[in-house]
Write a protein that binds this ligand. Structure first.
Ligand code: AHR
Length: 486
């Protein structure tokens, strides 16, 4: 297979925010996974040092919080001030466990500071009030002497925080209030009117967008709130079969593997559908598509709380993550942010923890390998990538994407075939003096990292054969590779 790279053909910027993360008050994501108060692990201001140190390696651009469905049941005032006085609540969406509100606004910004990422807060439309939402924004971002800003100071934060991204509700067609698109559009207009800009930069307001291919929801929002939203969200999860038959994270056969890969590719069609609608109302592509929940969703691991959405993570997850990120690159003229669900211990996580133990998943390694694409200029790529026939459908055998940033070209590619390697040559229109490659593969697509064997699926360096403007490598079956040419 030959891949031609054209560095003279720049196709738009791949927003770094496409590599965003999501952390919800769900299962063991926040408590145990990130925030620990019982002294069992080393922490700084409550944040697990091992987890934060590992996540810093990903250079996370943005983190969405506090939900998810939890966001529309969350009342921010319960999560500020003296921890011993914070009221408890029942996390009705996720297992009915009691939430002590010890991780609140100040703790979230502390986490973002430690990770070096930007915050993205999702407000409560479903069970909150306009006043509650407006006050939260003032509490966080006002520098003057208002009672709310003074209260923030009393709670230990002198200066306002920088907050760019604010979501007006979550899944308001479902857990966020079961609203009709028309009703939500009106609610959005009302809530958004009171989200004031107190800081130097205007808040980037995100309207709660459609689920999967719900064209009516997108059309209604574009028509009715398009002039009042900077972005519109989209949620699109991938299952092995469908919502009712999600499949198992680490026990699947060849059909299960290709079914999941084939379903991951549906993201392309879903984005194209919404792009077409958005383009009709916003031909200049000013409104961002914010895919703020995506990833693989399987049955929970046996023996775990069904409300905690804890699942293992395999080589198959790394492959489908690269495929999806490539789809976001392809649509970088509209997709401005994406947030994989979720960062720790929930769904397609970067990190899994068990008490004081922690492991990095294949998806974590994939995100680390892909960092070079963040804010890169997408490059023209042509290749005859071959095909795989699966249940009458044609899937690409190889997926490839390339970008350039600061003179370095990043090429990511994956071989989706379970049984055949691919001899690959990359030809560039420029000669480079250095070529580096990181490659990750596994003996089986079901291979996972476990607490007793945490390094089963990890990347390693591959020496490349370079000659002039050509780079050659063997791309093993079921592998992901990222090449940096500089
Ligand atoms: O990520 C898990 C849940 O999936 C979120 O809370 C919700 O928004 C979505 O349905």
């Amino acid at each position: 297979m030959k891949i031609n790279l054209d560095t003279s053909k720049k196709q738009g910027k791949i927003s770094k925010y496409i590599y965003g993360q999501f952390a919800e008050h769900l299962g063991r994501c926040i408590y145990e996974g990130i925030y620990v108060e019982d002294g069992s692990v080393k922490t700084i201001n409550g944040m697990r040092c091992d987890v934060v140190d590992a996540l810093k390696e990903l250079e996370i651009p943005v983190l969405r919080w506090p939900g998810g469905c939890f966001a529309d049941d969350y009342h921010w005032r319960d999560g500020i001030g003296d921890k011993s006085k914070r009221p408890y609540m029942v996390n009705t969406n996720w297992g009915g466990v009691v939430e002590n509100n010890h991780f609140g606004t100040h703790e979230f910004f502390e986490l973002c500071d430690q990770l070096g990422c930007e915050p993205y807060i999702c407000g409560n439309v479903g069970s909150g009030t306009v006043r509650e939402m407006r006050d939260w924004v003032e509490y966080m971002t006002f520098d003057g002497d208002s009672p709310l800003a003074c209260e923030r100071r009393e709670n230990g934060r002198e200066k306002p925080w920088k907050l760019k991204f604010f979501g007006v509700g979550n899944e308001n067609w479902g857990c966020g209030g079961n609203m009709r698109a028309e009703y939500y559009a009106d609610e959005y207009r009302r809530y958004a009117s009171f989200i004031r800009d107190y800081g130097d930069e205007p808040i980037y307001k995100i309207a709660g967008g459609p689920n999967e291919d719900d064209a009516h929801w997108m059309e209604t929002l574009m028509e009715r709130v398009g002039d009042k939203a900077a972005g519109i969200s989209l949620h699109n999860y991938t299952y092995e079969d469908d919502w009712k038959n999600k499949g198992k994270a680490a026990q699947f056969d060849e059909d299960g593997y290709y079914d999941l890969i084939s379903n991951a590719l549906k993201m392309d069609g879903v984005i194209s559908l919404h792009k077409e609608i958005m383009d009709r109302f916003d031909p200049e592509r000013k409104i961002g598509l914010i895919v703020d929940e995506w990833g693989n969703w399987f049955d929970v691991e046996a023996g775990t709380n069904p409300g905690f959405l804890y699942q293992q993570n395999t080589m198959r997850d790394a492959l489908s993550a690269m495929l999806t990120l490539h789809i976001f690159h392809k649509h970088c003229d509209r997709v401005y942010m994406a947030n994989i669900a979720q960062m720790v211990n929930v769904l397609q996580a970067m990190i899994l923890t068990d008490g004081e133990k922690m492991l990095l998943t294949p998806t974590y390694h994939l995100f680390k390998m892909m960092k070079g694409h963040m804010d890169g200029e997408k490059l023209g790529v042509s290749c005859d990538c071959g095909e795989i026939n699966h249940r009458g459908k044609k899937l690409p055998k190889v997926s490839v994407s390339a970008s350039e940033r600061g003179g370095a070209v990043t090429v990511s590619l994956c071989n989706l075939s379970l049984d055949s390697d691919e001899e690959t040559e990359i030809v560039c229109d420029r000669v480079f003096s250095d070529a580096k490659c990181e490659l990750m593969t596994a003996r089986s697509a079901t291979d996972t990292n476990t607490f007793s064997s945490p390094e089963t699926v990890v990347p390693s360096s591959l020496t490349l054969v370079t000659e002039g403007n050509s780079v050659k490598l063997t791309l093993p079956r079921m592998s992901v590779a990222v090449i940096t040419l500089s």
